[in-house]
Design a protein around this ligand. Structure first.
Ligand code: NAI
Length: 494
């Protein structure tokens, strides 16, 4: 029996789904938000937020360790991972409660349970079954948004037991409070590198095994080199070009067996293997989309390579009236992309119902900032130099180092640089990469400039407050035309 009829039902309350629910309510829609676990999804519970809380602890430790004496702070530094985890848990709890409060304030109905589309169409509405602790409930909605996200990739030969061989969700569990003596990390992507920094700072002996010849391989080569140097200084043992064949539990911990990545499959058996041992292993080799038991097949919602197939412009699936956003669509797996996609899907869903003060929208992925919270932080947006070359775009690059900036010196943040790329033809900013203090924040200004077609001169014409780290962007932009004040050189491009 149908108890309620909603304008919109959203399955999944991660940064895609919960933002979309609020956005829809802001336009006056009646919204049902369905979540099987905790509000906030991966990002808030076992992703962006908990890792950034732990990162903040490591930052404080590193500052005291590296600069304490020089800054006039003398103390015997003792770290306590358990306290850092408690703090992380509290932050997560507060933010989850905050999201519940926001949904309530917008009068959205939040259902705790597993949501599944059981039938219907765009003319009559869709029926959804919600299986929760208190039994099953059915609701009807005129439009549906699937925002179910993703989960850590599991490979059978990696024997992930969630006790010793862990996923990122396991290692961020509220009860994982003891710092391992040694930690093996499989995959030097974003997650692997962020955890390597956290656990190495708290005293784990960290070994990272990466299949590719480089870690965080999509970043600018100069940024990758800088982070590899930093790993070496921090005694993070990075092994690249390693094909991890298996991971097993041992009497004392775990062991991973590898061979060189370039060995053809049929020669692996005969080749000499390497074995890496540690107390624990974290597997961070990417994520799979959460597409199971949602009723997709019955409705004819198409999946391609494990992701829900959507019209890339409108985010509508190929079943009219059902949309999908975020990780589950197989696009860029970033919380902020999921939230942005929520706006587009809401615009299209509500305008197709009619009567809401909103027009249809299409996606635009031309400017997507990305961040990595290693130490130092990394931020990037737009295209890399190699991509510009491939596209035959003639590039002028501005570069500025933190060691030349007054505010950075004062903060003891002299490590790193920003590089800003402009199109030589018209001066427009086409990309930037930054490694150093507040890099992810600095990239936001570049993203805005790119979105609105601004040039390096335009950035140079904006008064940037002094002394601030934001002057990295000003000087970097002025260096595009060879006129950074605090960098030696001659004009190169006017
Ligand atoms: P990823 O795709 O970034 O990196 C996985 C790494 O594992 C790759 O370098 C890959 O070459 C390597 N790999 C794969 N199989 C391997 C094997 N058998 N042996 C050794 N290495 C292997 O995936 P990751 O780090 O798990 O992150 C998942 C998603 O979450 C990404 O899309 C990422 O962008 C997102 N994320 C974003 C964050 C942020 O914005 N700060 C933070 C954390 C995750």
């Amino acid at each position: 029996m149908i108890n309620e009829v909603y304008d919109l039902a959203i399955i999944g309350a991660g940064p895609g789904g919960y933002h979309a629910a609020i956005r829809a309510a802001q336009y006056g829609a009646k919204v049902a938000l369905i979540e099987k676990e905790s509000l906030g999804g991966t990002c808030l519970n076992v992703g962006c937020i908990p890792t950034k809380a732990l990162y903040a602890s490591t930052k404080l430790i590193q500052q005291i360790r590296e600069h304490g004496e020089e800054f006039g702070v003398s103390c015997e530094l003792k770290t306590n991972f358990s306290n850092a985890v408690e703090r992380k848990n509290r932050i997560v709890r507060e933010l989850v409660d905050g999201i519940a409060g926001l949904q309530k304030s917008w009068k959205n109905d939040v259902f705790n349970g597993f949501g599944k589309i059981i039938g219907g169409d765009i003319n009559n509405g869709f029926d959804l079954a919600i299986e929760g602790d208190n039994g099953e409930k059915t609701i009807r909605a005129k439009r549906v948004i699937i925002a179910t996200g993703s989960f850590p990739k599991l490979i059978p030969s990696f024997n992930i037991d969630h006790q010793k061989i862990l996923t990122s969700s396991d290692i961020l569990h509220p009860d994982f409070k003891e710092i391992p003596k040694s930690l093996l990390i499989i995959g030097a992507g974003v997650i692997g590198c962020e955890f390597a920094n956290i656990f190495a700072t708290f005293g784990s002996k960290v070994t990272v095994l990466e299949y590719l010849p480089l870690p965080i391989a999509t970043e600018e080569p100069m940024i990758i080199r800088a982070i590899m140097n930093k790993f070496e200084k921090s005694e993070i043992d990075l092994h690249i070009s390693q094909n991890v064949l298996s991971i097993e539990k041992t009497a004392n911990g775990v062991k991973a067996t590898t061979c060189p990545a370039n060995i053809p499959k049929d020669e692996i058996e005969s080749i000499e293997k390497k074995v890496f041992e540690a107390d624990y292993c974290l597997v961070s080799i990417g994520r799979e989309k959460e597409i199971f038991n949602l009723g997709l097949e019955k409705l004819g919602i198409e999946t391609v390579r494990g992701a829900i197939n959507v019209n890339p412009d409108t985010l509508e699936t190929y079943v009219k009236g059902i949309y999908a956003i975020g990780d589950v669509t197989g696009g860029l797996m970033l919380a902020h992309v999921a939230s942005y996609e929520g706006n587009v899907a809401i615009a299209n869903a509500l305008s197709s119902i009619g009567g809401f003060p909103i027009k249809p929208a299409t996606t635009d992925y031309s400017v997507v900032p990305a961040t990595i919270f290693t130490s130092p932080n990394i931020g990037s947006v737009g295209i890399r130099r190699a991509e510009a070359k491939e596209k035959n775009i003639s590039v002028a690059m501005g570069r500025f180092t933190y060691s030349s900036l007054g505010k950075a010196k004062c903060m003891g943040e002299e490590e790193g640089f920003i590089m800003i790329l402009a199109n030589k033809e018209n001066g427009k900013i086409i990309g930037a990469s930054c490694i150093g203090a507040e890099a992810p924040e600095l990239i936001a200004e570049i993203a805005l400039a790119m979105k609105y077609g601004l040039t390096a001169h335009d950035i140079g014409s904006v008064i940037h407050s002094h002394p601030t780290i934001s002057e990295m962007v000003l000087e970097g932009a002025e260096d595009v035309f060879g006129m950074a004040i605090h960098r030696r050189g001659r004009p190169r491009f006017v």
